[in-house]
Every structure is written in structure tokens, then in C-alpha cells.
Design a protein around this ligand. Sequence first.
Ligand code: AMP
Length: 559
Amino acid sequence: MSISFDDLGLSRELLKSVEDMGFEEPSPIQALAIPPLLSGRDVVGQAQTGTGKTAAFSIPILERVDPRNKAPQALILCPTRELAIQVAEEIGKLAARKRGLFALPVYGGQPIERQFRALAKGAQIVVGTPGRIMDHMERGTLRLDQVFMAVLDEADEMLDMGFRDDIEAILEKTPEQSQRIFFSATMPPAIMEMAKRFLKDPEILKITQKLLTVPTIEQIYYEVRPHQKMDALCRVLDSQGFRKALVFCSTKRGVDEVTAHLQTRGYQSDGLHGNLAQPQRDRVMGRFRTGGIEILVATDVAARGIDVDDVDAVINYDIPNDVENYVHRIGRTGRAGRAGSAFTFVSAREHYKLRDIIRYTKARIVQSQLPTLRDVTNIRTTRLLDEVRAAMEAGALERYTALVEQFLDDESTSMDMAAALLKLLMQREFGQEQQQDSLSPAENQGWRERHSDKVAERVYGRQSKFSGKRGQGGKAERSPMLRLFFNVGSKMHVAPRDLVGAIAGESGIPGRSIGAIEIHDRFCFVEVPEHLADDVMAVMNGSQIRGFKVAVEKAVPKS
Ligand code: AMP
């Protein structure tokens, strides 16, 4: 039975913040450390980076310090400026709903005068490197007499860097009865000695590292800037043509955003996270199992229940925060003797996480370059030609050969015709946007609009394949589209993804064949290929979207 943040007795504000940050449940170190820390006990915690240790000590700090008192009440010592900044940022996010609480990072390399001013303005929580904290103490610009919580973060690292004397001098200056908390990835004797000297009857907590066996599957990572991830995801999906892929995000919001984006681009995808009711989850899982969904986007927690054997690939859209999650995630593919691959997106700031994963798992994770748009086109062309070859080898083409003979005249050769057919097929398959960035300005625009609660929104997805919106210059083959009127709109919380999902799900037409979607308050317009319009109307009339009974009819053409 796992514990929830509610069970830890947190304030409303903190519960809301962890929800905002997308944390679904406390990590093991948080579940273990938060209760004793809230009750004021000293703690020694053995936990590596990525286990959620920062929040484990920061949440109790935020619950216990007094926002009305501007003097430093909690002190956190970190080995490096990067970590100090990171910790202060995480505290800032956790404190978003608590008014008047500030965490100030204080480190060498930043002009000390700026820090004087910031300290003079007041911050209840000071996060700093030992050298610079000592400096401020000596200058009298930082007083520790009101500190009642003192934390060593990555204590082993600080000792390795030769900070032992500084740390001890600083701890000496904190009030004797203050609560002291040591976090460290390893527990060398020096730390236990310091704990004996400075801590009173500490609770000793340890997150035992389970034996991690990494499956022998192909593991690749790509360096991707955060804002390019969506584009990168589409390239990976397009170039590989997976039948079943599992995409992992670290937050619920991430799952929703990636799912919505994939759906508006016409992928058969859906999301799974802790906010979904059980029947909804079961439905999503059922569709993933039977192939109705090709790409499932999930958080780690939601993915625990996934028991599907034939997942071709796992894509770590967000790199997992801890090593165990990496192993669990990639263990979803390559099952039952099948081939599988794992792809991980890593930004420059996240490289340390990748290093940890490689260090602890000894996995071979190889860097690769993202396929370019040309690569994607080439790969898909090769795949298409392979299919053509297979169809030729399978034979039974007599009916078609007859059609070709009938068609050809003195002017054209079968080579011309084959080339023309290939051109049409490729335009239908890949569309013109293969030549441009797959996150087109129109889609970006749609994305922004959908998030700004506009009355009307217009989204052109990849699915506008037949809509004639693409292929400027009129080169693309166009199948005529018909505009349908639906009696549901944004007031009923209907978003493009709901429409694409419902229409594709109910009628079985591919999501990508759905064209432009225009949502108004109480109605919307959806373009579908004309020859499928009657089928779509037949199945959609009387069905439900977001609990509303749907009525569909052909839209009155704009005059
Ligand atoms: P840390 O071990 O403190 O470096 O945390 C690693 C990452 O995990 C940070 O990006 C945190 O925001 C994130 N994190 C911390 N607690 C949780 C949680 N309960 N659920 C999901 N992510 C978390």
C-alpha cells in the first residue's frame, strides 16, 4: 500500500504545491523522512540525487518556519553553487502558495554585496556553500542565532571537497537545540562521527537500492533542448513507425500536454495518470492492448499497472529522476524475447541524471543524433518501398496489371505510371509538412490558443492531410473535406483531443484524417473527409463527448 501526501499531514498550501508540481505520491525517502522531520526529530538520511531528497527536507522546513519572522530560521549547506541554486529553486516552487517565505541561495562567485542586500531584506531559509556561509558569518552579515533547522545536503560530497572544518564551525554556531538533518548518498565513518557529535538520537533512514537488472535492449539517448522535445518525439515516432510505444513524462500535466499534442498531430495516442478514474484507466489500457492506441503517454506511478507484452519502444520524454524508475520504465519493452528499444531525451541540465543512471546500472546508453526531417522522409520512403516489394513478391496482381494495361497509352510508360503512383502515395502518407518543421507556426498558434481560454480556437493538426490546407502551391493530392457542425464546445470543456479521440474511436477512421477543428463556446466545426462524413455522422449522433449527448449535422457552408 503506498502512502499519499495527504497521509503525511501536510498543510493545504503544501498539498496544493506538490499537486502543482505534478508529484503524484511521496517518494520513498519523503514518506520515511517527512513525519519525523515534521515532529522535530533529527534525521540521518541515506539517499542519492534523484530520490526526491530535496523535497524530503524542504517540505518540513516550509511547514515549520515562521513567515512573519524575516530572520534566517533554516540553513541548508550544499557542496556546489549549482546544487544551492537548484535547492533554492525547488524550495521556491514548493513555497509558491505560502506567502512571505523566501529561500536565498548564497554561494561563492556571486558578488558578495548583492548577497548583503538580499540577506538584509530577510530570508527565512538560506541555502549556501560552506565557504561563502562562513564568509558571511565572519563579516556579521549572516546571523544563525534563530536557526532551528540545519541541513547538510550531500554531506559526503562536502567532506570529500574538504569542507569538514567549515561545516563543523557552522554547525557550532547554530543553536544547540536546533534540529539537525544530514543527507548523504553514502555513509562514510566521518559522517557517522559528525552525526554522533551534532545530532540527538537521530532517526536513521536508508533507501535500499534494489538489485537492478537492466534488460539487454537497445538504449539510446538524444541531447534535446526542453522546448524541442515535442518535435523530437514526433521525429522518433515518425522515423521508427512503432506499433506500440510507451512515452514517459514526469508529471501529470506533462502527460496531458504531450497527449494533447500528439492527438492534434493525428497520432493514435492517449494518456494515463493518477487523476483518471479506474474505469477510464481500464478503457485506455484496453485500447492500448488491442492496438486502438499506438502511443500511450504515462507517469511512472500510472505505468505500474501496465501489463502489456508487446511494447516496441519506451521513450523517456522526461528523463526519470531515479535509477530505479529508469530500469522499471525500460523493462516495459523487450519482453517475452521480443526486440525493444529505449530512447531518452536529455537536456544539458539533466546530464547528471544520465550519468547516475549509467553509473548505477552499468547500462550501455549510446548517444545518437535525432533523425532530421530528411532522414524521416528517407526512412519512411524505404519502408514504403519495402512494402511495395513485398506486395510484388506476394503476387496475385493480375487484376491490377489489367488496369495498368488499360491505362497506359503510347505516350506513357509503366515506369512513368509507377513514379506517379509513388508520388501520390508518398504525398498521402507523409504530407508536405515533411519538408518543414513538424511544429509548424499554425500548430504553435493553436497550442497557445488552447491554453489561453479563447472563445474560439483553431487547430490545424498533421491530420489535415486531406484538408487542402497543406501543400502550399496546391501540389498535395486533396481529398475533399466536409465541415461538420457539432453541438458541443469549450463551455462543455471539449478540446480538440476529445473530438479527435471520440471521432476516431467511435467511427474507426484514422485520427490523422480529421482536418481543421474550430471550437466555439457551445459548438464546434470539424472537417472530415467527405466520403466518410455520413459514417461519422451516423456513429457520432447520439454518442457522448465529455458526458454531453452529441448532435452532428453538415455545417452550413460559409457564404
Ligand atoms: P532530488 O532527489 O531532490 O534531486 O529530486 C529529483 C527530482 O525529483 C526533482 O526534479 C524533484 O522535483 C522531483 N521530485 C521530488 N519529489 C517527487 C515526487 N514525490 N514525485 C515526483 N517527482 C519528485
